[in-house]
Design a protein around this ligand. Structure first.
Ligand code: NAI
Ligand code: MG
Length: 357
């Protein structure tokens, strides 16, 4: 049986609490399926580490992580450390340093999850966003004028990177059981360099995938369509900034940040990929054992999809859904009173029920 080495960075706040449940699910699932074994090394990097050392991770942190098959991250950020420091020196450092070019974010409304849209049902909200993850508007490029009164934030879009994101998205759409449809998020009416280029690369790549239905939508318009007709979407490809924004809206459609999972994928397999829930460290509820672990548990499923692609790991999402439908063991954000641990246990039980029947 294959063994995978996983670097675990629980991070800050509720990151540590939800991580415990994610690892618990993995242990139970792999114990029952015997698909593989995982060994875990835990790294206490994050804001507390920063307070003690002045750094978010040690100098050789990236070298350490490079030796793993995958990285599992909880959340980073805590009052006392500026967010642009905690984000850039840990999260973005890993995403960019390990060339994790794709940020994959499934948006799926589960039965029993609180959708804010009155007339939309679970079968109508099920799509995936492929977000560019290493350059674009988050490239970190820019300058400040000498008098400090003008600043420039530069978006960087290279053909090499844009094309591999497009290719990844087209291949995902081609494999899709839904509609083989790919929507490109743009704003080329206003962003006359970057998004015009983005549109050109999208059109050029489309020629290789004639069976994929393509469309473009401006980022402002798609924000409206997400609310009006989420059922219209299958696979969506978006730049770093646009993907970031529309996936928070997507998270709302699926019932909140408690459900939003993501995978930062190194497409070429040169470096480890990283898996993390979309939510942050939620300092105001940290340490109370009331955080919803479902996004973390869904994230663990994305890691399994990546490491063990020959197996179907949907039983994990089905178990989250069954727990929601039962409605007895839910955290406070879902109107319940259960602890983070109790929800993890309930999902574990559901997995056991399915796999051992
Ligand atoms: P946040 O995601 O931590 O919280 C937003 C809201 O959602 C809060 O009301 C919080 O209580 C709630 N929430 C989030 N996850 C939840 C969960 N699993 N269960 C129940 N409720 C949950 O975002 P916020 O407040 O903007 O940022 C807090 C800190 O987290 C900041 O330092 C920020 O920089 C960091 N952050 C880190 C991210 C990451 O590590 N990927 C992503 C977003 C924020
Ligand atoms: Mg975000």
């Amino acid at each position: 049986m294959k063994n995978f080495k996983i670097a675990v960075i629980p991070g800050d706040g509720i990151g540590t609490e939800v991580m415990t449940e994610g690892i618990k699910i993995l242990g139970s699932y792999l114990g029952l399926t015997e698909y593989a074994t995982f060994t875990y090394d835990w790294y206490p990097w994050g804001c507390e580490y920063y307070h003690n050392t002045g750094q978010m991770m040690p100098e050789d942190g990236m070298d350490i992580l490079a030796g793993y098959d995958a990285i599992l991250l909880g959340a980073v950020g805590f009052p006392g450390v500026p967010d642009h420091v905690s984000l850039r020196d840990l999260l973005l450092k890993i995403r960019q340093g390990f060339d994790q070019a794709v940020n994959l974010r499934p948006i799926k409304l589960l039965k029993g999850a609180p959708c804010p849209l009155r007339d939309k049902t679970p079968d109508m909200i099920d799509f995936v966003v492929v977000r560019e993850n290493v350059e674009g508007e988050y490239a970190g490029d820019g300058s400040i004028s000498e008098d400090g009164k003008t600043v420039y934030q530069t978006g960087v879009f290279t053909e090499k990177n844009t094309d591999r994101i497009m290719k990844y998205a087209f291949e995902l759409a081609q494999k899709s059981k839904k509609g083989k449809k790919l929507t490109s998020v743009t704003k080329s009416n206003a962003l006359n360099y970057s998004m015009v280029f983005w549109d050109q690369r999208f059109k050029a790549m489309a020629k290789n995938y004639p069976e994929v239905v393509t469309e473009q939508a401006h980022v402002d318009a798609i924000s409206m369509y997400f609310v009006q007709k989420p059922e219209a979407y299958d696979v969506i490809v978006a730049s770093n900034l646009f993907g970031d924004i529309i996936t928070d809206l997507g998270a709302a459609l699926q019932g909140g940040l408690g459900f939003a999972a993501s995978a930062n994928l190194n497409i070429e397999g040169t470096y480890p990929s990283m898996f993390e829930p979309v939510h942050g460290s939620a300092p105001e509820i940290a340490g109370k054992s009331i955080a919803n672990p479902m996004a973390m548990i869904w994230t663990v499923k994305l890691m399994l999809d990546h490491l063990l692609p020959d197996y179907d790991h949907n039983v994990i999402v089905d178990a989250i859904e069954a727990t929601l439908v039962d409605g007895n063991v839910l955290t406070r954000d879902l109107g319940g009173t259960a602890s983070t641990k109790a929800v993890g246990d309930a999902i574990c039980d559901k997995i056991y029920e399915v796999l051992c029947q």
